[in-house]
Design a protein around this ligand. Sequence first.
Ligand code: GLT
Ligand code: MN
Ligand code: MN
Length: 388
Amino acid sequence: MDAYLPKPEDKFTFGLWTVGNPGRDPFGEPTRSRMDPVHTVRKLSELGAWGVNFHDNDLVPIDASTAERDRIVADFKKALGDHNMVVPMATTNLFGDPAFKDGAFTSADSRVRAYALQKTMQAMDLGAEFGAKTYVFWGGREGAEVDAGGVMNDGLKRFRDAINFLCDYNHDQGYGYRFALEPKPNEPRGDLFLPTAGAMLGFIATLDQPDMVGVNPEFAHDTMAGLNFAHALAQIIDAGKLFHVDLNDQKMGRFDQDLRFGAENLKTAFFTVKLLEESGYDGPRHFDAHALRTEDEDGVWAFAAGCMRTYLILKDKVARFAADTEIQDMIRAYTVTEPDLDGLGQGYSADKAARLKSMTFDRHALGSRRVDLERLDQLTVEILMGVR
Ligand code: GLT
Ligand code: MN
Ligand code: MN
């Protein structure tokens, strides 16, 4: 029995737009044809995925009639039931249509902002029909190339108004969504607003209903900017705001590659899985990636299977890391804990301040302590290379 075979309990999900990505890029036409959502559901369930997510227009074309919409929804619902698949997350496409060329919620044009709200409410209605409980907001066009128009100043206020409005709509309809805002530094706009997890957390604190709103971090988005995704993830978990996660991979400092999970940065992928598995996060493990443009449909399924398999192999490595007595002894030795000293630094009092100020520290001893991180890192690498 293959220990790395995905099962629904693993909560792996893909977006219709991920495995359905036709391989278009700024320089070339699609290399694959559009994939039927019903077919996608069947194939993903055969591979062991738990669920599938969508943007409104991944499922229902933007110009579909009501009759078409109803037929598509019925067919998709039947496919989900037939294959025991769920829709844990839904979202709105506020970036593809030319109407959103200069922003959606943050557009300088109030007609575009109103249309974006209308489209999002309709997409929330659609997601709720499938029982989605997480609603993602990725502001793909919320940004600028030209700052002279002032959208940089007004954009955040407009974005806040939109999210506040939609929180109330969520409440009013009784949908029970949790909103997950997804940061990205750039692309498709020259600069996107709220580019990092920290920026998103700061913004969430300014909302009317901050408890309803968390973060959907993406591995590739931090990596593009040269940041360490595992650190961003740790901060989001620390803030209690990990509402969803987008897993993929990416070379640093490049355009958004959306590579197969684990394809480039295995060590950061390992620490990502470690955080997800050990933090108590029990939401979907969503792969927001796509097959290389070189691939045909078989390559797409190899890509999807690879994302899940790599996650499960890394999960196994996480367990090995935790069970490795040499590694755990080294971590214990690395962590110097003196409860009296820690007590002094936790919870201010004038007495504690005076005691700390009167203490004598041996700087030279502190500076010459043996930290031994080279060996610890080597052991981690050896776990990843499969020799421990
Ligand atoms: C798009 C983007 C992703 C977002 C998706 C949700 S769409 O693929 O690159 O990062 O998560 O809107
Ligand atoms: Mn994403
Ligand atoms: Mn991406």
